[in-house]
Write a protein that binds this ligand. Structure first.
Ligand code: SF4
Ligand code: SF4
Ligand code: FES
Length: 318
Protein backbone atom coordinates (compact mmCIF):
# COMPACT_ATOMS: atom_id res chain seq x y z
CA UNK A 1 0.00 0.00 0.00
CA UNK A 2 1.44 3.36 -1.04
CA UNK A 3 1.74 6.05 1.61
CA UNK A 4 -0.14 9.32 1.29
CA UNK A 5 0.44 12.61 3.09
CA UNK A 6 -2.68 14.25 4.54
CA UNK A 7 -2.03 17.99 4.77
CA UNK A 8 -4.72 19.23 7.14
CA UNK A 9 -5.68 22.75 8.18
CA UNK A 10 -5.33 23.21 11.96
CA UNK A 11 -6.72 26.05 14.02
CA UNK A 12 -7.62 25.99 17.69
CA UNK A 13 -8.43 29.51 18.95
CA UNK A 14 -8.20 28.41 22.62
CA UNK A 15 -4.77 26.71 22.52
CA UNK A 16 -3.14 27.20 19.12
CA UNK A 17 -4.57 30.37 17.57
CA UNK A 18 -2.23 30.64 14.56
CA UNK A 19 -3.70 28.77 11.58
CA UNK A 20 -1.30 26.24 10.10
CA UNK A 21 -1.14 22.95 8.19
CA UNK A 22 -0.18 19.69 9.86
CA UNK A 23 0.92 16.62 7.91
CA UNK A 24 0.07 12.99 8.68
CA UNK A 25 1.44 10.09 6.65
CA UNK A 26 -0.67 7.00 6.20
CA UNK A 27 -0.93 4.04 3.81
CA UNK A 28 -4.21 4.11 1.84
CA UNK A 29 -6.18 0.90 2.21
CA UNK A 30 -8.01 -0.01 -1.01
CA UNK A 31 -11.59 1.30 -0.97
CA UNK A 32 -11.16 3.56 2.09
CA UNK A 33 -13.21 6.75 2.15
CA UNK A 34 -11.79 10.13 3.10
CA UNK A 35 -13.92 10.11 6.26
CA UNK A 36 -12.48 6.76 7.34
CA UNK A 37 -8.98 8.16 6.78
CA UNK A 38 -9.82 11.06 9.12
CA UNK A 39 -11.21 8.59 11.67
CA UNK A 40 -7.99 6.56 11.46
CA UNK A 41 -5.80 9.64 11.90
CA UNK A 42 -7.86 10.68 14.92
CA UNK A 43 -7.84 7.18 16.46
CA UNK A 44 -4.21 6.30 15.76
CA UNK A 45 -2.22 9.52 15.37
CA UNK A 46 -3.82 12.64 16.79
CA UNK A 47 -6.95 12.67 18.98
CA UNK A 48 -7.07 16.48 18.88
CA UNK A 49 -7.97 16.63 15.17
CA UNK A 50 -11.48 18.07 14.92
CA UNK A 51 -14.02 17.56 12.14
CA UNK A 52 -17.72 16.78 11.85
CA UNK A 53 -19.35 13.48 10.96
CA UNK A 54 -22.34 11.39 11.91
CA UNK A 55 -24.04 8.92 9.56
CA UNK A 56 -21.08 7.84 7.41
CA UNK A 57 -23.65 7.16 4.66
CA UNK A 58 -24.12 10.44 2.72
CA UNK A 59 -27.38 11.17 4.56
CA UNK A 60 -26.77 13.60 7.44
CA UNK A 61 -24.70 16.13 5.47
CA UNK A 62 -22.29 16.87 8.33
CA UNK A 63 -18.95 15.67 6.90
CA UNK A 64 -18.39 18.15 4.04
CA UNK A 65 -14.86 19.59 3.83
CA UNK A 66 -12.70 21.03 1.08
CA UNK A 67 -10.25 18.60 -0.49
CA UNK A 68 -7.61 20.13 -2.77
CA UNK A 69 -9.62 23.36 -2.82
CA UNK A 70 -13.09 22.02 -3.59
CA UNK A 71 -15.95 20.97 -1.33
CA UNK A 72 -16.76 17.25 -1.12
CA UNK A 73 -18.68 14.94 1.17
CA UNK A 74 -15.90 13.02 2.89
CA UNK A 75 -17.94 9.86 3.62
CA UNK A 76 -18.94 9.56 -0.05
CA UNK A 77 -15.50 10.13 -1.56
CA UNK A 78 -12.81 7.53 -2.10
CA UNK A 79 -9.54 8.87 -0.69
CA UNK A 80 -7.62 7.43 -3.66
CA UNK A 81 -9.50 9.80 -6.01
CA UNK A 82 -8.09 12.82 -4.18
CA UNK A 83 -4.37 12.05 -4.16
CA UNK A 84 -2.29 14.62 -6.05
CA UNK A 85 1.49 14.04 -6.12
CA UNK A 86 1.17 11.85 -3.03
CA UNK A 87 -0.74 14.52 -1.04
CA UNK A 88 -4.37 15.17 -0.05
CA UNK A 89 -4.89 18.71 1.25
CA UNK A 90 -7.90 19.28 3.49
CA UNK A 91 -9.40 22.64 4.43
CA UNK A 92 -12.58 23.74 6.17
CA UNK A 93 -15.57 24.67 3.99
CA UNK A 94 -15.26 28.02 2.22
CA UNK A 95 -17.47 31.08 2.84
CA UNK A 96 -17.59 30.17 6.55
CA UNK A 97 -15.64 31.03 9.67
CA UNK A 98 -13.66 28.27 11.35
CA UNK A 99 -14.53 27.10 14.85
CA UNK A 100 -11.73 24.58 15.12
CA UNK A 101 -9.69 22.68 12.49
CA UNK A 102 -12.22 21.42 9.92
CA UNK A 103 -15.33 22.31 11.95
CA UNK A 104 -16.98 25.53 10.77
CA UNK A 105 -19.74 27.88 11.90
CA UNK A 106 -22.70 27.10 9.65
CA UNK A 107 -25.10 29.58 11.26
CA UNK A 108 -25.09 31.97 8.22
CA UNK A 109 -25.92 28.95 6.03
CA UNK A 110 -28.85 27.97 8.27
CA UNK A 111 -30.03 31.59 8.45
CA UNK A 112 -30.23 31.63 4.63
CA UNK A 113 -32.35 28.46 4.69
CA UNK A 114 -34.72 29.97 7.28
CA UNK A 115 -35.16 33.05 5.07
CA UNK A 116 -37.01 31.06 2.38
CA UNK A 117 -39.59 29.75 4.92
CA UNK A 118 -38.81 26.09 4.27
CA UNK A 119 -42.18 24.67 5.20
CA UNK A 120 -45.40 23.97 3.30
CA UNK A 121 -47.98 26.79 3.36
CA UNK A 122 -51.16 25.14 2.10
CA UNK A 123 -54.67 26.55 1.70
CA UNK A 124 -55.74 27.19 5.32
CA UNK A 125 -59.38 26.33 4.55
CA UNK A 126 -58.42 22.90 3.25
CA UNK A 127 -58.17 20.54 6.24
CA UNK A 128 -57.64 16.99 5.07
CA UNK A 129 -58.11 14.27 7.70
CA UNK A 130 -54.81 12.63 6.75
CA UNK A 131 -51.78 13.74 4.75
CA UNK A 132 -51.95 16.07 1.75
CA UNK A 133 -51.52 13.75 -1.20
CA UNK A 134 -49.60 14.61 -4.34
CA UNK A 135 -49.59 12.96 -7.76
CA UNK A 136 -46.39 11.35 -8.94
CA UNK A 137 -46.23 13.88 -11.78
CA UNK A 138 -46.43 16.79 -9.31
CA UNK A 139 -43.84 15.22 -7.03
CA UNK A 140 -41.37 14.96 -9.92
CA UNK A 141 -41.31 18.78 -10.07
CA UNK A 142 -39.63 18.87 -6.66
CA UNK A 143 -37.88 15.52 -6.74
CA UNK A 144 -34.37 16.94 -7.25
CA UNK A 145 -34.60 19.59 -4.52
CA UNK A 146 -35.89 17.11 -1.94
CA UNK A 147 -32.61 15.19 -2.13
CA UNK A 148 -30.66 18.06 -0.53
CA UNK A 149 -28.92 16.88 2.65
CA UNK A 150 -27.89 20.38 3.81
CA UNK A 151 -24.20 19.63 3.64
CA UNK A 152 -23.12 23.17 2.67
CA UNK A 153 -20.78 22.04 -0.14
CA UNK A 154 -22.52 24.39 -2.58
CA UNK A 155 -22.35 27.27 -0.09
CA UNK A 156 -18.62 26.66 0.34
CA UNK A 157 -17.77 26.97 -3.35
CA UNK A 158 -20.30 29.62 -4.47
CA UNK A 159 -18.44 32.45 -6.23
CA UNK A 160 -21.08 35.09 -5.50
CA UNK A 161 -20.96 34.39 -1.75
CA UNK A 162 -17.25 35.13 -1.84
CA UNK A 163 -17.99 38.74 -2.79
CA UNK A 164 -21.49 39.24 -1.36
CA UNK A 165 -22.07 37.82 2.13
CA UNK A 166 -25.75 38.81 1.86
CA UNK A 167 -26.37 36.55 -1.17
CA UNK A 168 -29.01 33.98 -0.27
CA UNK A 169 -26.85 31.11 -1.56
CA UNK A 170 -27.50 27.99 -3.64
CA UNK A 171 -28.89 25.64 -0.96
CA UNK A 172 -31.58 28.12 0.11
CA UNK A 173 -32.50 28.64 -3.55
CA UNK A 174 -32.81 24.87 -4.04
CA UNK A 175 -35.02 24.80 -0.94
CA UNK A 176 -37.11 27.71 -2.27
CA UNK A 177 -37.67 25.83 -5.55
CA UNK A 178 -38.90 22.84 -3.55
CA UNK A 179 -41.81 24.94 -2.18
CA UNK A 180 -42.39 27.22 -5.20
CA UNK A 181 -43.01 24.13 -7.34
CA UNK A 182 -44.98 22.23 -4.66
CA UNK A 183 -48.53 22.14 -6.04
CA UNK A 184 -49.96 21.99 -2.49
CA UNK A 185 -48.38 25.33 -1.51
CA UNK A 186 -50.43 28.52 -2.07
CA UNK A 187 -47.72 31.13 -1.43
CA UNK A 188 -45.98 30.79 -4.80
CA UNK A 189 -46.18 34.48 -5.77
CA UNK A 190 -45.11 35.70 -2.30
CA UNK A 191 -42.18 33.30 -2.37
CA UNK A 192 -41.18 34.40 -5.88
CA UNK A 193 -41.36 38.06 -4.92
CA UNK A 194 -39.24 37.54 -1.80
CA UNK A 195 -36.61 35.51 -3.63
CA UNK A 196 -36.42 38.18 -6.38
CA UNK A 197 -35.29 40.88 -3.92
CA UNK A 198 -31.65 42.12 -4.10
CA UNK A 199 -29.16 39.37 -3.01
CA UNK A 200 -31.72 36.79 -4.17
CA UNK A 201 -32.14 34.48 -7.14
CA UNK A 202 -31.24 37.04 -9.82
CA UNK A 203 -27.81 37.67 -8.27
CA UNK A 204 -26.62 34.16 -9.17
CA UNK A 205 -24.05 34.37 -11.98
CA UNK A 206 -24.73 30.83 -13.29
CA UNK A 207 -21.13 29.73 -12.70
CA UNK A 208 -22.37 26.19 -12.00
CA UNK A 209 -19.97 25.47 -9.10
CA UNK A 210 -22.86 24.61 -6.77
CA UNK A 211 -24.16 21.88 -9.07
CA UNK A 212 -20.65 20.55 -9.71
CA UNK A 213 -19.99 20.23 -5.95
CA UNK A 214 -23.43 19.00 -4.88
CA UNK A 215 -23.15 15.35 -3.74
CA UNK A 216 -26.84 14.64 -4.42
CA UNK A 217 -29.32 15.24 -7.22
CA UNK A 218 -30.35 18.61 -5.74
CA UNK A 219 -27.96 20.42 -8.16
CA UNK A 220 -28.91 23.99 -7.24
CA UNK A 221 -28.20 25.70 -10.57
CA UNK A 222 -30.99 23.72 -12.24
CA UNK A 223 -33.37 24.74 -9.41
CA UNK A 224 -32.28 28.39 -9.78
CA UNK A 225 -33.16 28.29 -13.48
CA UNK A 226 -36.56 26.80 -12.60
CA UNK A 227 -37.25 29.61 -10.10
CA UNK A 228 -36.40 32.20 -12.75
CA UNK A 229 -38.68 30.47 -15.26
CA UNK A 230 -41.50 30.48 -12.68
CA UNK A 231 -40.91 34.17 -11.89
CA UNK A 232 -41.15 35.10 -15.58
CA UNK A 233 -44.21 32.91 -16.15
CA UNK A 234 -46.03 34.21 -13.04
CA UNK A 235 -45.38 37.86 -13.95
CA UNK A 236 -43.01 38.63 -11.08
CA UNK A 237 -41.19 41.22 -13.15
CA UNK A 238 -40.75 44.14 -10.73
CA UNK A 239 -37.00 43.68 -10.26
CA UNK A 240 -33.88 44.30 -12.32
CA UNK A 241 -33.21 40.60 -12.98
CA UNK A 242 -36.59 39.96 -14.61
CA UNK A 243 -36.45 43.27 -16.48
CA UNK A 244 -33.02 42.27 -17.80
CA UNK A 245 -34.54 39.08 -19.26
CA UNK A 246 -37.38 41.07 -20.83
CA UNK A 247 -34.91 43.60 -22.28
CA UNK A 248 -32.87 40.77 -23.85
CA UNK A 249 -36.01 39.30 -25.38
CA UNK A 250 -37.17 42.66 -26.73
CA UNK A 251 -33.90 43.68 -28.39
CA UNK A 252 -33.02 40.25 -29.79
CA UNK A 253 -36.61 39.80 -30.99
CA UNK A 254 -36.62 43.20 -32.75
CA UNK A 255 -33.14 43.67 -34.10
CA UNK A 256 -31.44 40.31 -33.76
CA UNK A 257 -28.79 41.62 -31.36
CA UNK A 258 -28.41 43.09 -27.92
CA UNK A 259 -28.95 46.82 -27.77
CA UNK A 260 -26.39 47.61 -25.11
CA UNK A 261 -27.71 51.14 -24.69
CA UNK A 262 -31.25 49.93 -24.02
CA UNK A 263 -30.69 46.73 -21.95
CA UNK A 264 -29.05 48.32 -18.86
CA UNK A 265 -31.55 51.22 -18.76
CA UNK A 266 -34.56 48.88 -19.13
CA UNK A 267 -33.08 46.54 -16.46
CA UNK A 268 -32.58 49.29 -13.90
CA UNK A 269 -36.00 50.84 -14.70
CA UNK A 270 -36.78 53.98 -16.75
CA UNK A 271 -38.03 55.91 -13.69
CA UNK A 272 -35.33 54.72 -11.28
CA UNK A 273 -33.25 57.92 -11.18
CA UNK A 274 -30.69 56.76 -8.55
CA UNK A 275 -30.27 53.47 -10.46
CA UNK A 276 -29.79 55.28 -13.76
CA UNK A 277 -27.26 57.65 -12.19
CA UNK A 278 -25.46 54.55 -10.87
CA UNK A 279 -24.96 53.40 -14.49
CA UNK A 280 -23.19 56.59 -15.47
CA UNK A 281 -19.65 55.70 -14.30
CA UNK A 282 -19.71 52.47 -16.36
CA UNK A 283 -21.14 54.35 -19.35
CA UNK A 284 -18.47 57.03 -19.09
CA UNK A 285 -15.70 54.42 -18.77
CA UNK A 286 -17.01 52.69 -21.92
CA UNK A 287 -17.09 56.03 -23.73
CA UNK A 288 -13.54 56.82 -22.60
CA UNK A 289 -12.25 53.50 -23.93
CA UNK A 290 -14.21 53.70 -27.18
CA UNK A 291 -16.37 50.68 -26.29
CA UNK A 292 -19.75 52.39 -26.32
CA UNK A 293 -22.28 50.90 -28.75
CA UNK A 294 -23.72 53.14 -31.53
CA UNK A 295 -26.38 55.55 -30.26
CA UNK A 296 -28.74 54.70 -33.13
CA UNK A 297 -29.09 50.93 -33.01
CA UNK A 298 -28.97 48.89 -36.20
CA UNK A 299 -30.23 45.40 -36.99
CA UNK A 300 -28.04 42.43 -37.87
CA UNK A 301 -27.94 41.19 -41.47
CA UNK A 302 -30.71 38.68 -42.11
CA UNK A 303 -32.64 39.89 -39.09
CA UNK A 304 -35.76 38.24 -40.53
CA UNK A 305 -34.11 34.84 -39.94
CA UNK A 306 -33.43 35.76 -36.30
CA UNK A 307 -37.03 36.94 -35.90
CA UNK A 308 -38.28 33.58 -37.20
CA UNK A 309 -36.12 31.69 -34.69
CA UNK A 310 -37.30 34.06 -31.96
CA UNK A 311 -40.99 33.64 -32.72
CA UNK A 312 -40.61 29.83 -32.95
CA UNK A 313 -38.95 29.86 -29.50
CA UNK A 314 -41.75 32.09 -28.14
CA UNK A 315 -44.36 29.62 -29.44
CA UNK A 316 -42.42 26.76 -27.89
CA UNK A 317 -42.17 28.62 -24.58
CA UNK A 318 -45.93 29.26 -24.49
S1 SF4 B 1 -24.44 28.93 -10.01
FE1 SF4 B 1 -25.07 30.70 -8.78
S2 SF4 B 1 -25.61 29.89 -6.75
FE2 SF4 B 1 -24.44 28.32 -7.88
S3 SF4 B 1 -22.33 28.60 -7.21
FE3 SF4 B 1 -22.57 29.80 -9.09
S4 SF4 B 1 -23.19 31.85 -8.42
FE4 SF4 B 1 -23.45 30.48 -6.64
S1 SF4 C 1 -27.84 21.61 -2.55
FE1 SF4 C 1 -26.39 19.90 -2.63
S2 SF4 C 1 -24.43 20.80 -1.99
FE2 SF4 C 1 -26.03 22.25 -1.40
S3 SF4 C 1 -26.50 21.75 0.71
FE3 SF4 C 1 -27.94 20.58 -0.58
S4 SF4 C 1 -26.96 18.61 -0.92
FE4 SF4 C 1 -25.38 19.97 -0.14
S1 FES D 1 -21.18 11.59 7.73
FE1 FES D 1 -23.27 11.96 7.22
S2 FES D 1 -23.15 12.69 5.21
FE2 FES D 1 -21.11 12.13 5.64
Amino acid sequence: MSKVTFRIFRFDPANDPTPRYQEYEMPLEPGITLLNCLNKIKAEKDATLTYRMSCGSAICGSCAVRANGHAILSCKTQASELVKDGVIQLDPLGNTSVIRDLAVDLEPFWASIRKVKPWLMPDATDNPEKERLQSQEDYLKIDHATTCIMCGACWSDCNVLEVDKKFIGPAALAKAQRFIYDTRDVKTIDRLEEISEPHGVWDCTHCGECSTRCPTDARPLGRIEEIKQAAMAEGVHGNSGARHVLAFRETVGKRGLLDENYVPVRSVGFLNIPGLLGLMPVGLRMLWRGKNPPVIPHSVDKVEEVKKIYSRSEEFRK
